[in-house]
Design a protein around this ligand. Sequence first.
Ligand SMILES: Nc1ncnc2c1ncn2[C@@H]1O[C@H](COP(=O)(O)OP(=O)(O)OP(=O)(O)O)[C@@H](O)[C@H]1O
Ligand SMILES: O=P(O)(O)OC[C@H]1O[C@H](OP(=O)(O)OP(=O)(O)O)[C@H](O)[C@@H]1O
Ligand SMILES: [Mg+2]
Length: 285
Amino acid sequence: MTKIRIAIQKSGRLNEDSLSMLKDCGISIDNGKDQLKANARNFPLEVFYLRNGDIPQYLRDGVVDIAIIGENVLIEKGEDIDVVEKLGFSKCKVSLAVPKAMKYGSINDFEGKRIATSYPNTVRNYLNEKGVKAELHIINGSVEIAPNIGLADAICDIVSSGSTLFKNNLKEVEVMLKSEAVLAVSPKISEERKKILKKIQFRIKSVLQARQSKYVLMNAPNDKLDAVLRLLPGMRSPTVLPLAEEGWSSVHTVINRDTFWEVIDELKQAGAEGILVCPIEKMVL
Ligand SMILES: Nc1ncnc2c1ncn2[C@@H]1O[C@H](COP(=O)(O)OP(=O)(O)OP(=O)(O)O)[C@@H](O)[C@H]1O
Ligand SMILES: O=P(O)(O)OC[C@H]1O[C@H](OP(=O)(O)OP(=O)(O)O)[C@H](O)[C@@H]1O
Ligand SMILES: [Mg+2]
């Protein structure tokens, strides 16, 4: 039987969320701790545990068919590789930062400066576009320490909460790109495996939709029903059912996670009571 081969990060920031995504897609994997390869029990899929930074090359060579990888890594060394889904986790920026004490005016201040980074192509392209020439020092980790030890004047690295910059007395001055985990595809994927990919994409979409939504149930007196319904979106429209108690209805609907608290407040004011909020496991549109 043909299997699709997926690369996920062996260990690090993407590993756990990548495995959760597969699990939420209903794919269970025999997960030996030190295994580099594993099979799914209930889906034609083989998992390769690899370094995030090595994945673009594996995709390019067609050694794996698809991968969950940081978009930033593809921008750095996989411009030729297609992204088919954004996965909504491991969100971060790739930014330029300078010592806090340095007065910063514009990108031109990087002219002639030494920049330490693990993302040389990204920085080079960014600076070229702005017509700025700088010297790059390529290092693989702990980049933020470089200015403090006199190795560089500035850095380019991943920024999320900003606490690593803060601890190293640096400030973010240019956001070069925003990144999140994505599903990427090998240019060499076979037609047969593309069909399996379509199935995975369908499941991922349902999982992402569900993660973005909440199922809400509430009671409302019939004379306030119009006001309550006006506040509610739904997949098509809210469901309204009569309660056993005369003059009351039960209302069910789906609410977006981002607007959830505002809508709940408004619902209460409009007369809704006994509001229950439930997670949604899958959502097929
Ligand atoms: N602080 C962070 N917050 C959110 N996402 C991050 C953060 N740091 C890294 N990421 C994202 O997670 C990915 C993996 O980062 P991680 O530090 O685990 O691995 P790495 O050391 O870059 O890669 P490798 O697997 O090759 O050792 C990054 O490419 C980026 O997309
Ligand atoms: O803005 P923050 O929330 O502080 O996150 C940013 C830091 O996170 C990443 O490092 P990580 O912790 O993955 O260590 P690494 O350098 O060993 O990969 C990244 O390289 C930054 O140093
Ligand atoms: Mg890291």
